[in-house]
Design a protein around this ligand. Structure first.
Ligand code: SF4
Length: 325
């Protein structure tokens, strides 16, 4: 197999907490991402799943260096993303893009659709003339299922699904290899979610794209991801190919997330037992000792509150849990 397109090792994004007062001192860190390691192969989709606030979006932003990591490495096609100087980072950014969660907030309401889609083309000097830009914007709108005639309209004239298509066209403008899709359907009506997912899938097949697909529940990535990484409180707790993860989840947190995914068959659905997690996700400012999931874990036992389980590699199924020591 060829080298992975994206290789993340021990990634950390800490936000310093400073004391108030005249002399402000660094007193603690919010460990939003705390030692995350994974790889994404060319042309595949890695689903990154976890509850709100677990560090998924921060991980995505750090991969693209839209946030500066505080530790670890990110390699993109062999290049060290974190150490690149401005000029090299700018060149690399052409190859990486992000689709944002909220199509209402991520498009500038004062800009026409044509200007929004043309912006990356201009930033990266990818068009030679007005005619070239006109043609390219029209092509991009068509690629996402929108009429090129919409180019002079404004975001408020579109539905949520159409706005997300504009966001996708903008992400495709520089012909990237890799796209971070940050919950791209979470803010959309259920009736149009499938159409946007199908579009992303078609684009991946036609353009050979590689995706990191961020979602807060396992149902959103079930049919779309080749592999899935489950994140809890800034860490990856389980990574596996799609089938073993859904059929034989190992980590109790993955098990709980899966038990919340509805099954289409009503008979099977009625017979299932749900794992209800008690309590909220703890603060990353003061994470629990040992396994940071232990205060909520239905299977916690003696070592869990003391020893921190490492993500242990197993063939196609890595897990961080003392049940598998
Ligand atoms: Fe639960 Fe212990 Fe495994 Fe953590 S290490 S997930 S607390 S069983």
């Amino acid at each position: 197999m060829s080298d992975p397109l994206v290789a993340v090792k021990d990634l950390e994004v800490y936000f310093p907490v400073r004391s108030s007062g005249v002399v402000s001192r660094h007193v603690n860190d919010v460990k939003a991402v705390d030692g995350v390691t994974f790889e994404i192969n060319r042309g595949e989709t890695l689903g990154l799943v976890g509850e709100s606030g677990c560090g998924k979006t921060t991980t995505g932003l750090a991969l693209l260096r839209l946030l500066q990591p505080t530790g670890g490495t990110v390699r993109f096609d062999g290049l060290d993303v974190i150490d690149l100087d401005r000029a090299d980072l700018r060149a690399l950014r052409k190859r990486m893009a992000m689709i944002f969660q909220d199509p209402y907030a991520s498009l500038d309401p004062r800009m026409s659709i044509g200007k929004i889609v043309a912006e990356p083309l201009e930033i990266h000097s990818l068009v030679r003339s007005r005619a070239d830009k006109h043609r390219r914007v029209g092509d991009l709108l068509e690629m996402v299922g929108l009429s090129p005639d919409y180019r002079n309209r404004y975001p408020h004239e579109f539905s949520g699904g159409q706005r997300q298509r504009v966001g996708i066209a903008r992400a495709l403008a520089t012909e990237p290899d890799f796209i971070v899709c940050d919950e791209p359907i979470a803010a959309l009506d259920v009736s149009i979610q499938a159409a946007v997912m199908n579009l992303l899938e078609d684009l991946q097949r036609d353009l050979g794209l590689t995706y990191l697909f961020i979602a807060h529940d396992l149902s959103a990535v079930q049919h779309f991801s080749d592999r899935i990484a489950v994140m809890y409180l800034g860490r990856i707790v389980e990574v596996a190919d799609r089938v073993p993860l859904y059929e034989e989840p190992k980590h109790p947190y993955t098990d709980a997330l899966l038990s919340a995914v509805p099954v289409p068959d009503p008979v099977v659905e009625r017979s299932r037992t749900r794992t209800i997690l008690e309590g909220d996700v703890p603060s990353p400012l003061d994470p629990p000792s040992g396994c940071n999931f232990h205060p909520r874990c239905p299977r916690a036992f003696e070592p869990c509150s003391v020893a921190d389980p490492a993500l242990a590699a197993a063939p196609e199924h890595d897990v961080a849990c003392h049940l598998y020591d």
